[in-house]
Design a protein around this ligand. Structure first.
Ligand SMILES: Cc1ncc(COP(=O)(O)O)c(C=O)c1O
Length: 401
């Protein structure tokens, strides 16, 4: 493509720093820019493209549904959304689903559901409770409610006044949660692994303690599995890995494998929405639901999830070797969600150097790189990415000395 035909970015609101390259095509693990350069993609749409770019199974599902029915209206039933709700409930052991388009929308739905549950007249304790305990450095989305629920440093100063009712506890510190429970508390909400914070896992023991605390104090436990769900950690849902049953789970990202669909799943006692409580023009539209059914069909297979764990172990070992060789820090994660601590604020520079070397990675924090390859990665792709990363880290070490 000739550079002159590229439209200028000045008509696009500059909501984030982006490299100048324009990306025009994706296939599996690979992305191509307009200049024809090929990149091994370990962003995958921010842990969205579970099966890589443009998987045929997804393209076919979209094509078939696009010729049948797009959006009948959220006030009419359609087959794919009924099938998807049934499938997700069977896979998760939860009772009911509501569908949105983004992770933030699902989390806002979960917050509404918890507040509704807290207002039930039948509640013996804490009738009218509405506050939710969330966590420092947590990330739940960018609408006003989920920004307030997030513990991202500095976000409490953006777009004031902040929505009230989201006191922040510290991850893996039960006492910090207990200290915040008051008469108005209705739920505890967290990511089983804090993704945007730099892949910081809640320990299984902490999640089990939270479950016990919620049972004891009559609180709902909400897991935001927008990033950790849908196979990313090597099980379909992170809560299955730690043996803790949340009352409400939110999903997004990988649920559509590259197209916008998200979900709130609730256990029977927490599924208290009634007509008029929640909605959205595109809620449960059959195009996205059909896409999600096709993706789920693949990622729910035990052999598929076993591959996520195997490739994850390969990536972990490779990152640990690179860390040891280059004198870097901790390697954290599970499945195909990993972070490498650098020990200094080199992540943005390394992201750029990696891109120039043909590998797309993310600086989750200035001192931390994050890796989110497609879940059907091959052993060869993992080796290829590690090799590029190794070269980039070695060149960086030379440049710094
Ligand atoms: C754990 C978690 N929750 C919610 C969100 C927000 O999802 P979305 O950007 O689709 O609104 C994200 C996005 O990164 C996330 O990682």
């Amino acid at each position: 493509m000739h550079p002159q035909v590229h439209p200028s970015p000045r008509h696009l609101m500059p909501i984030t720093e982006r490299p100048a390259d324009i990306f025009v095509r994706g296939e599996g693990a690979w992305l191509w820019d307009a200049a024809g350069r090929r990149y091994l993609d370990w962003l995958q749409g921010w842990a969205v493209n579970a099966l890589g770019h443009c998987p045929p199974v997804l393209a076919q599902a979209l094509q078939a549904q696009a010729g049948l029915l797009l959006t009948p209206s959220p006030a009419l039933h359609n087959l794919p959304s009924l099938q998807l709700a049934q499938r997700l409930c069977a896979l998760s052991g939860l009772h009911q689903a509501w569908f949105g388009s983004t992770g933030a929308e699902a989390n806002e739905g979960a917050i509404k559901l918890a507040r509704k549950w807290g207002r039930r007249a039948s509640r013996a304790r804490r009738a009218g409770a509405w506050k939710i305990i969330s966590f420092e450095n947590g990330f739940h989305g960018r609408n006003l409610a989920t920004m307030a629920a997030s513990g991202k440093p500095g976000w409490d100063q953006l777009f004031p006044p902040q929505m009230p009712g989201f006191a922040k506890a510290r991850l893996n510190d039960l006492a910090s949660v207990e200290a915040l429970v008051d008469a108005d508390t209705v739920a505890v909400m967290l990511e089983p692994v804090q993704g945007e914070a730099g892949v910081r896992p809640a320990t299984p023991a902490f999640l089990q303690q939270l479950r016990a605390l919620c049972d004891e104090r009559d609180l709902l436990l909400i897991f935001d599995e927008v990033q950790t769900g849908c196979g990313r950690l090597g099980e379909l849902f992170a809560f299955q890995q730690v043996g803790v049953r949340p009352d409400i789970v939110t999903l997004g990202k990988g649920l559509g494998g590259g197209v916008p669909i998200s979900a709130v799943l609730a256990a029977e006692h927490a599924a208290v929405f009634e007509p008029g409580d929640q909605g959205g023009t595109y809620s449960g539209n059959p195009l996205m639901a059909a896409a999600s059914l096709a993706v789920l069909e693949v990622i729910a297979q035990p052999a598929f999830l076993a591959n996520v764990r195997e490739r994850g172990a390969q990536l972990q070992q490779g990152l640990q070797a690179l860390s040891a060789r280059s004198g870097l820090g901790e390697v954290r994660g599970a499945g195909l969600l990993w972070a490498l601590e650098l020990g200094q604020d080199r992540a943005p520079a390394l992201v750029q150097a990696a891109r120039e070397a043909g590998l797309l990675v993310n600086a989750a924090r200035p001192h931390c790189l994050r890796f989110m390859p497609r879940l059907n990665s091959t052993a060869q792709e993992i080796d290829q990415g590690l090799a590029i990363l190794g070269q980039v880290l070695a060149a960086d070490a030379v440049a710094l000395h």
